[in-house]
Each structure stands twice: as structure tokens, then as C-alpha cells.
Design a protein around this ligand. Structure first.
Ligand SMILES: C[S@@+](CC[C@H](N)C(=O)[O-])C[C@H]1O[C@@H](n2cnc3c(N)ncnc32)[C@H](O)[C@@H]1O
Length: 183
């Protein structure tokens, strides 16, 4: 026992250092559940993504939405996720898809993230997260920015469009001019 004691001590001391790098910044508000490819396509089409767009995915999971926007339309993209494991996967997936030049992935809390250069924002979160995020979207995004949400709406902020794909709702909102928000 005495002989293995130093080894046990070393493992105990070193153990927290490794998982700490893999741990989310804090508990995620929503667990990871990827949007199906058909839903991703429908979200990109509903937003009308073009080459000159900057597409953000707040809670980007494995990066599939911004990677597809880059692959299909040549759009630039930014994926934000609180979980570093998802960010690592996203970067690997972007490299495999050959779009690293167009996309950036940031390990950040979406409520703290700088998002003001977005022209399109994608969401697949929870209803209460959408509602908590709503003031930030209205305050920080430029008028005309398109916001698309898979599955969940924004309470009494009525969408411009609403479609159903494979039984799931997808919603589109457009950030109104600032003077319209003040009314
Ligand atoms: C349902 S998944 C959606 C993944 C991707 N957008 C998609 O549609 O395939 C939600 C993602 O949000 C991330 N997430 C949860 N809370 C977050 C927060 N506060 N800030 C950033 N990311 C968060 C989770 O780690 C997870 O990857």
C-alpha cells in the first residue's frame, strides 16, 4: 500500500486539472440535441441565407448550422457554445467540411456573447431561454437581422413566418427598426 501511495496521491492531485478543461463554463441552460439535416436546411432557407451573411448559432452544438451555411452558401459563421467539448467538435467538423476559413467557434455563454455583427441568428434552445434572450436580441442586433428558432417561439413577439418541417415548428423574426421598438 505504501508503495502505491505516491501514485494515488499524484492521480488525485492531477485529476481535476484534466476534466476542468473539458467542463462547461457553467451548467448549460439546454442539453445538446442536434437539429436534423432537413431542419438545418429549412432554417437556412427560411432565413434566406446568402454569401454576404454572418450567421450566428447561439448554442451551436457540433457546429452543423454554421458549417452548412458556409458549405452551401459561402456565408461566414460564428458558433457559440458554453460546452468546450462541443466547440472542439465544431472545429473538427469545420476542418473536415473544408470551411475553417469561413467559420469561428467560441466557447462562451450565449447571454454574455458579443453578437452585434450577426445578420442571421439561429436558435435551438428552450422556450424560457428564448424569452430571456429576447431583450438582448432586440437591443444588440441591427434592424433587419433575421432570427430563426427551431421548435420554440418568443412569447408575444409574433413571428413573420412559421413553417412545420418533419413535425417541428420553425419560426422567423426580423429585428424591427429601433424607433418601432420604442413604441
Ligand atoms: C439543443 S442544442 C442545439 C445545437 C445546434 N444549435 C443545433 O440546432 O443542432 C443546444 C446547445 O446549446 C448549448 N448551450 C446551452 N446553454 C448555453 C449557454 N448559456 N450559452 C451557450 N451555449 C449553451 C448546449 O451546450 C447545446 O450544445
Amino acid at each position: 500500500m505504501l508503495r502505491i501511495l505516491p501514485a494515488i496521491l499524484a492521480i488525485t492531485l492531477l485529476a481535476p486539472a484534466v476534466p476542468a478543461q473539458q467542463k462547461p463554463l457553467r451548467a448549460p441552460d439546454v442539453h445538446w440535441e442536434p437539429s436534423e439535416p432537413e431542419i438545418v436546411d429549412a432554417m437556412l432557407n427560411l432565413a434566406g441565407v446568402r454569401k454576404d451573411d454572418v450567421v450566428y448559432d447561439l448554442g451551436c452544438g457540433d457546429g452543423r448550422i454554421v458549417i452548412e451555411a458556409a458549405r452551401k452558401f459561402g456565408a461566414r459563421g460564428v458558433g457559440i457554445d458554453i460546452d468546450p467539448v462541443r466547440i472542439k467538435e465544431s472545429k473538427e467538423n469545420a476542418r473536415k467540411a473544408g470551411v475553417e476559413r469561413l467559420v469561428t467557434f467560441r466557447n462562451e455563454d450565449l447571454f454574455e456573447a458579443k453578437i452585434d455583427d450577426a445578420t442571421v441568428v439561429m436558435l435551438y434552445l428552450w422556450p424560457w431561454v428564448n424569452l430571456k434572450l429576447r431583450p438582448k436580441l432586440l437591443q444588440e442586433l441591427k434592424p433587419g437581422t433575421r432570427v430563426v428558432s427551431h421548435s420554440h417561439d418568443m412569447g408575444d413577439w409574433k413571428p413573420e413566418k412559421e413553417i412545420t418541417v418533419q413535425g417541428d415548428k420553425i419560426y422567423l423574426w426580423i429585428i424591427p427598426p429601433k424607433q418601432a421598438q420604442a413604441r
